[in-house]
Design a protein around this ligand. Structure first.
Ligand SMILES: [Zn+2]
Length: 392
């Protein structure tokens, strides 16, 4: 693992803050250099973001996309470890943990991918590869996903099967929830607060509507996916969710506003038709509006993400579970409660799974992010086993 640790340290030392697209070219060049060193052919794909696409032609019939990202969220801070402040971009190795921004999310996956491919090539096992490895390392994953879209939508590069290496290590993910975000507005009649009788205050109406939405959220929870939830979830199968996340109304103490609105986030379970879920919400709102005599409207924000799933009995899922069993000694499958980039691949008919070297206690997106080197090694074994069964 020495080589992988060095690689990971060099990657972490480069601040690739996604909000500023900092050091993107340097990171892409560093990663590209490692892949070239191992013997892969490398190209940089994308005009907005430099994304690394590296392929090893092993004469296999199919390509396996191994997807990770080099960008990170801002360091935040301070990072205080045992009373001492540490620099998020000076990787620190303590007791098998490597601290640094991006150490887990998602530079661990880049190091594991490089380590697995290097091991396979060095041991002369390219001929045994079940797939031609197609490493895709993108930027901008943390801020809207322009990088991966340039590769998948722009250049049409997907491979014939895909592993999104940006996830938990405890289970193999075979799907992710979709999401619809939006605003619900209650319209009233604004005016001077000294003359409330001349107004129709939308704030009271909105509050009554929120109480109703609590029961909608219970109703949403009865929608269950066929896929299991991640470990530690309160419900065994991935369930529908509806959450009120924002409130907006009024500007002055002495003025009744003419409208009040709430922001919501609705999670679509893998395999659910998002249009049907939205239709349910619309008809619930229409009923509630009639019951409460309110003027209510709903507007979506951005695109509806449909989520994705690869059927658990798909041969590729079996291959991945077998690899997991050999590499990690477990065989756990689940779908994500959040979303991930798998939908870009799955929606193009590419069988897709997700796994990574990340654990809940890794402080990703927070100060003191770290990765267990053990998990990087485990992920490396998983990738190796998937490419060369019995190879790790
Ligand atoms: Zn990530």
């Amino acid at each position: 693992m020495e080589w992988e640790v060095e690689v990971l340290k060099r990657l972490v030392a480069l601040d690739t803050d996604a909000t500023e697209r900092k050091n993107y070219s340097e990171a892409a060049e560093l990663v590209a250099g490692y892949f070239r060193e191992i013997g892969l052919s490398v190209e940089i794909v994308g005009e907005e973001v430099p994304n690394v696409v590296a392929r090893l032609d092993a004469g296999a019939e199919r390509d396996l996309a191994l997807v990770s990202h080099y960008d990170v969220v801002p360091a935040g801070g301070p990072w205080v470890l045992d009373g001492r402040e540490i620099d998020p971009f000076e990787p620190l190795l303590v007791n098998g943990r490597l601290y640094g921004r991006g150490a887990a999310d998602d530079k661990s996956a880049i190091a594991a991918t490089l380590g697995a491919l290097r091991r396979i090539v060095e041991s002369g096992r390219e001929g045994e590869l079940r797939y031609n490895p197609l490493a895709i390392v993108v930027g901008d994953e943390e801020v809207g996903g322009a990088g991966i879209r340039e590769v998948v939508e722009g250049a049409g590069i997907t491979g014939d099967a895909a592993v999104i290496l940006d996830a938990a290590i405890e289970h193999l993910s075979v799907g992710a929830s979709g999401v619809a975000d939006g605003w619900i507005t209650v319209r009233g009649k604004g005016g001077h607060a000294g003359y409330p009788h001349k107004t129709r205050n939308p704030i009271y109406g909105l509050v009554r509507l929120i109480c109703e939405l609590e029961s909608f959220s219970r109703h949403r929870a009865t929608r269950l996916s066929d896929l299991p939830s991640p470990p530690d979830s309160p419900v065994e199968r991935v369930w529908g969710r509806f959450t009120v996340t924002m409130l907006r109304a009024g500007e002055k103490h002495n003025a009744v506003p003419s409208e009040a609105r709430l922001g919501f986030d609705m999670r679509i379970v893998p395999g659910e038709d998002p249009e049907r879920a939205l239709e349910e919400l619309r008809s619930f709102l229409a009923d509630a509006a009639a019951r409460l005599s309110l003027e209510v409207s709903m507007k979506l924000v951005g695109e509806v993400n449909t989520g994705w799933m690869t059927p658990p009995d798909h041969p590729f899922v079996r291959e991945a579970l077998d690899a997991m069993e050999r590499a990690l000694g477990t065989r756990k499958m689940a779908a994500e409660l959040g979303g991930n980039d798998g939908y870009l691949f799955a929606s193009r008919g590419v069988p897709t799974v997700a796994i990574g070297a990340i654990r809940v206690d890794n402080n990703i997106h927070a100060p003191l992010e770290f990765v267990y080197l053990e998990d990087v090694a485990a992920l490396e074994r998983f990738i190796t086993e998937l490419l060369v069964p019995g190879g790790a």
